[in-house]
Design a protein around this ligand. Structure first.
Ligand code: NAD
Length: 504
């Protein structure tokens, strides 16, 4: 299967737009195809709208954004992409016909995934050429913020296709959940629909309003569900003996008619109650406003869950680890190229250029310039890239050793505006077996102007012992080589040192 550099989208509505935003953000080019030419403007707007929240999801260094192009020629899209995600309306015959057409044009090693909410992959692949590359990759709205994607194979889907699709989805920050066998509605929509059917019944019977039923979730089970599913929650509800006790205590209720399997008739009266109820809940706020609110809390929740390395927070952590490793590797390659062949690629007699970044819109303060705390963040990222390049990686930190910031001085020389591309160069000023003294220079790319200097002192610690300790000999040797190479670099203009490495 191919490495995915370009994603093709078949259908660019709500879900196609979400896939585009996610893929572009993580550096994948997108060719979007839709039979309606009007969708070009729509998808570009959808990508712009998504960017505000997506940009806050992670501060790990991102690759350059992918580029978006649009076509109404489905065949032209299928010929030039590495992976196709189908997002056309949920009608079996339409999907079967379009998937069959596209499969005659796309090379056989191009995977084709359907976003279908509940159709079976065996039905979808029926008329396709190379049907073994068809799978269901069912996402959730908003695709750019929710990591879940359900992967379902049909009778003719190959195991390699499912593995390769899972790799791609993980690359763009998703949690690929493999569904063991195809069932209508996959897993999540079956669960959601059970709840939805009961909601419709209760509104129909006048038991509760839409708002009251949403409160019944939002103030209770909804909070638990973000990190633990129903099964784990019920396991905890059973006290010390867990699920066994839970089933013994509440199992008999399952026989009582608490819920119904058949949905109620969608009468005009029921439809009116649902519409009026949700309009009252919206309280005059537009769909756009509500989407922004939803996106903001989805970002915040994932960042909290990351602290606990649980659920979607664990997915975010894994993504960030990959982004840091990738940026460290890219920095090493760039540095090695810039220095003489052979020897240690990092030991250049130039400051190291390890971080390329961009002023994100939310980094800007009321003056329209990058705000103070973001300078610290960018300098911290540069230090991180340097330390990873010399071997202070996740495994090193897990061994209980780390470098902690002791002191930072920032001098501001000029300002940076929203979306300005920036880069940092880093020089090692001094080193002993426990300390590293750095000078970072932050430049804006448009005119190569120096905009800030950050001087930092780091202390190597043994976390278990809770005190400073000598760093690993190999890490020290690598830093030492760079420090020696940097000794001859003239001092950065405008730099006054506030820190000294003297004494023990
Ligand atoms: N909306 C959701 O919450 C959601 C969530 C997960 C999965 N899905 C699934 O994603 C798919 C798309 O749903 P949506 O909500 O984005 O629909 P949508 O109506 O917003 O978008 C469908 C798009 O497909 C285009 N289209 C129609 N026929 C086409 C054709 N022959 N070739 C190319 N483009 C064509 C339409 O112009 C439209 O832009 C469905 O299968 C749906 O079940 C939807």
């Amino acid at each position: 299967m191919r490495q995915v550099r370009t994603l093709g989208l078949l259908g660019t509505g709500v879900i196609g737009g979400g896939w585009a935003a996610r893929a572009l953000h993580f550096g994948i080019d997108v060719v979007a195809a839709d039979t309606s030419p009007a969708m070009e403007q729509w998808i570009r707007g959808a990508v712009d709208n998504a960017e505000g929240a997506l940009a806050r999801l992670t501060f790990a260094p991102l690759p350059p954004k992918g580029t978006l192009s649009f076509t109404t020629d489905l065949g032209a899209m299928a010929r030039q992409v590495d992976f196709i995600q189908e997002n056309i309306p949920e009608q079996l015959e339409l999907k079967q016909r379009v998937l069959a057409e596209v499969s005659r044009v796309a090379p056989p090693d191009v995977l084709i995934a359907s976003s279908t909410s509940g159709l079976m992959p065996t039905d979808l692949q029926r008329d396709m050429q190379a049907p073994e590359r068809l799978l269901v990759g069912h996402p959730f709205n908003p695709v750019y913020l929710l990591p879940l994607v359900e992967l379902v194979g049909g009778e003719r889907t190959s195991a390699q296709a499912l593995d390769a699709a899972a790799d791609f989805y993980r690359y763009i920050g998703m949690h690929a959940l493999r569904v063991r066998r195809e069932v209508p509605g996959h897993l999540t929509d079956r669960l959601q629909e059970a709840l939805w059917r009961e909601i419709l019944h209760m509104v129909n019977d006048g038991v509760a309003s839409t708002g009251e039923l949403d409160d019944a979730i939002v103030y209770g089970p909804g909070l638990r569900w973000a990190a633990m599913g129903t099964n784990m929650i019920y396991h905890l509800a059973g006290g010390e003996s867990g699920m066994r006790h839970m089933l013994r205590q509440f199992g008999p209720c399952l026989k009582w008619p608490w819920t119904r399997l058949e949905a109620p008739e969608l009468s005009e009266q029921l439809i009116d109650r649902m519409v009026e109820g949700t309009q009252a809940q919206a309280g005059g706020r537009s769909i756009r406003e509500l989407e922004r609110l939803r996106d903001d809390y989805l970002v915040a929740i994932q960042q909290v869950l990351r602290q606990f390395n649980i659920g979607a927070g664990a997915t975010l952590r894994a993504l960030e680890e990959r982004l840091y490793l990738q940026s460290g590797a890219a920095a090493r390659v760039a540095t090695a190229r810039a220095t003489a062949a052979g020897g240690d690629g990092l030991a250049s007699s130039q400051p190291l250029r390890l971080i390329e970044t961009q002023v994100r819109p939310e980094w800007v303060d009321y003056n329209g310039h990058m705000t103070d705390s973001r300078y610290l963040q960018v300098f911290g990222d540069a230090t991180d890239a340097l330390l990873r390049a010399v071997g202070v990686d996740d495994a090193y930190r897990q061994s209980g050793r780390a470098l902690y910031t002791v002191e930072t001085h920032v001098s501001h020389k000029a300002e940076a505006l929203a979306l300005e591309p920036l880069y940092v160069t880093t020089r090692i000023l001094g080193l002993d077996d426990k300390r590293v003294h750095l000078c970072h220079s932050l430049y804006r790319r448009r005119d190569e102007r120096l905009i800030a200097i950050g001087e930092q002192l780091y202390l190597h610690v043994n976390r278990a012992a809770g005190r400073a300790a000598p760093m690993d000999a190999a890490v020290h040797a690598r830093l030492q080589r760079i420090c020696a190479a940097h000794a001859g670099i003239p001092e950065q203009a405008g730099f006054t040192s506030h820190l000294r490495l003297s004494g023990g």
